[in-house]
Design a protein around this ligand. Structure first.
Ligand SMILES: [Zn+2]
Length: 175
C-alpha cells in the first residue's frame, strides 16, 4: 500500500511539474507577443489565453484553462495598420521562446548542479531536460511556416503568418 501511495504521489507530482513547465513556457511565449505588440503599437489593450478546457483563472490580462497545450495572444485592435507592426508582434513569441531555450541550455549544461536537498539529481535533470525540449519544440513549431499539425487542427504558426504577410502584395494584416 505504501508503495502504491508513493507511486501515485510521484505520478501526481510529475503531472504537476509538467503542467507548470507547459504553463510557464506558453506564458513566456505569449508575453513575448504582448511585449512586441506594446513596443510596436504603444497600445496596452490585450490579454493572453493559455490552454483550453476548464477555466482556472481569469484576470484582465490572463485567461488560464486546464489543458495547457496551446496559447493565444489577443490584442484588442482588430488589425494592425502596417505589415511591419504585425510582423514585430508575430516575432515576439518565437524570440521569447528562443531566449528561454538559450537560458535553459545555460542552466542545463553550464551551471554546475549543487546537491539539491528537496529533489534528487535525476528529478532536477528531468525538469531541466523537459523544459528545454518543450521550449525547443515551441520555438521550432512557432517559427516554422506550418499549419494544422497533428492534434492541432486549427494551428497556424507565427512563421506561417509572417510568410503570408511577406508574400502578400497588399497591405493586408493578420493576427
Ligand atoms: Zn506565437
Amino acid at each position: 500500500m505504501g508503495n502504491i501511495l508513493s507511486a501515485l504521489g510521484e505520478t501526481l507530482l510529475l503531472i504537476a511539474v509538467v503542467w507548470c513547465i507547459h504553463f510557464v513556457s506558453l506564458l513566456i511565449h505569449e508575453l513575448g507577443h504582448a511585449l512586441a505588440h506594446v513596443f510596436a503599437t504603444k497600445d496596452d489593450r490585450w490579454y493572453v489565453e493559455i490552454g483550453t478546457g476548464k477555466k482556472i483563472l481569469k484576470t484582465s490580462k490572463l485567461k488560464l484553462q486546464l489543458i495547457v497545450l496551446s496559447g493565444h495572444f489577443h490584442p484588442e485592435i482588430g488589425r494592425y495598420d502596417s505589415k511591419k507592426k504585425t510582423i514585430i508582434m508575430l516575432l515576439g513569441g518565437p524570440i521569447a521562446s528562443l531566449l528561454s531555450v538559450i537560458i535553459l541550455v545555460f542552466i542545463r549544461f553550464l551551471v554546475p548542479m549543487e546537491t539539491p536537498n528537496l529533489l534528487n539529481v535525476s528529478a532536477v535533470r528531468f525538469i531541466q531536460n523537459y523544459a528545454l525540449i518543450y521550449n525547443i519544440v515551441l520555438f521550432v513549431t512557432s517559427i516554422w511556416p506550418t499549419k494544422n499539425i497533428w492534434l492541432f487542427r486549427n494551428y497556424v504558426s507565427d512563421g506561417y503568418k509572417i510568410r503570408r504577410i511577406l508574400q502578400n502584395k497588399k497591405n493586408d494584416t493578420v493576427q
